[in-house]
Design a protein around this ligand. Structure first.
Ligand SMILES: [Zn+2]
Length: 273
């Protein structure tokens, strides 16, 4: 005679403590949350946090807020099911974002970008480190005035380096003749096209009679050598930032085939400032 099913008594797999960053969360049922994390060890993990909207003990202090980096205890049954996240544990060294709408919107952009590209159970240490580094940049006091320029430049640097990691970074070279934007060239506007993505030099534009959105040479030169590590020494000017944000926004939306919510929020906040 078969014994009682072990399934009902088994405590299940042991918990795993992983460093994670909250990318996204939605409410589920009466008090649960479904949360997507980027973890260092396992890539994206999506987990149910039971009773999390009521449990101050297990998830208090905003441990499941988007952009929060902490340690989390996961129960992972197999690679297909939703995991269970049992509790969080504060990491005192993790960045905490200041309570500014634009900083939160820029962080959301980074989280949405990562969520669009990273895969479950497919860790990328580069992606994890880039995101932590960027959240640190956004959480540090920003010395320049107005502060938004430095934060927006940091966001651009993150976007560029993250896309480079995924292999989708724009190639800063004329699509037709291969010329590379440089300060030695005559200061005429180039063109860029996010769909390819490609840039076209002034000569090729003229010869081919191409009508396309223009971009200042100086901006291309600046983008080509965006600094690493991430924190920019000099923020880009407002009009260049607006152009570059538009370009990278279109590029990301073309690659991923989806519109990123945070992009509209950033545009709106910049318009109001
Ligand atoms: Zn050319």
């Amino acid at each position: 005679m078969p014994g009682p099913s072990k399934r009902h008594r088994s405590p299940g797999p042991p918990s795993q403590r992983l460093g994670g960053i909250v990318l996204y969360r939605i409410n589920s049922g009466e008090a649960d949350l479904i949360v997507s994390f980027l973890t260092m060890e396992m890539g994206i993990l999506t987990a149910i946090a039971k009773n999390a909207r009521k449990s101050i003990k297990r998830f208090g202090g905003g441990l499941l807020d988007p952009a929060r980096a902490a340690y989390y205890y996961f129960k992972i049954r197999n690679h297909r099911d939703l995991c269970l996240v049992e509790r969080g544990e504060d990491n005192p060294k993790a960045p905490i974002l200041p309570n500014l709408p634009l900083i939160h919107a820029l962080a959301s952009w980074a989280l949405e970008l990562v969520l669009a590209f990273e895969m479950p159970f497919n860790p990328s240490l580069d992606a994890f480190n880039l995101l932590v580094r960027h959240l640190k940049d956004l959480s540090d006091p920003l010395p320049t005035e107005p502060p938004a320029l430095e934060a927006r430049t940091a966001s651009l640097v993150f976007t560029h380096h993250y896309l480079k990691k995924t292999g989708f970074a724009p190639n800063f070279q004329c699509h037709f003749c291969g010329k590379v934007p440089s300060v030695e060239l005559e200061d005429l506007p180039w063109s860029w096209d996010f769909i390819a993505p490609k840039i076209i030099c002034p000569d090729c534009l003229k010869i081919r009679g191409i009508v396309a959105p223009r971009v200042p040479l100086g901006l291309l030169v600046a983008l080509k050598k965006l600094p690493f590590p991430m924190r920019p020494v000099f923020p880009l000017p407002d009009d260049w930032l607006t152009l570059a944000e538009h370009y990278y926004g279109d590029l990301v939306e073309t690659i991923t085939g989806r519109s990123l919510k945070s992009r509209k929020v950033i545009e709106e906040l910049n318009r109001l400032s």
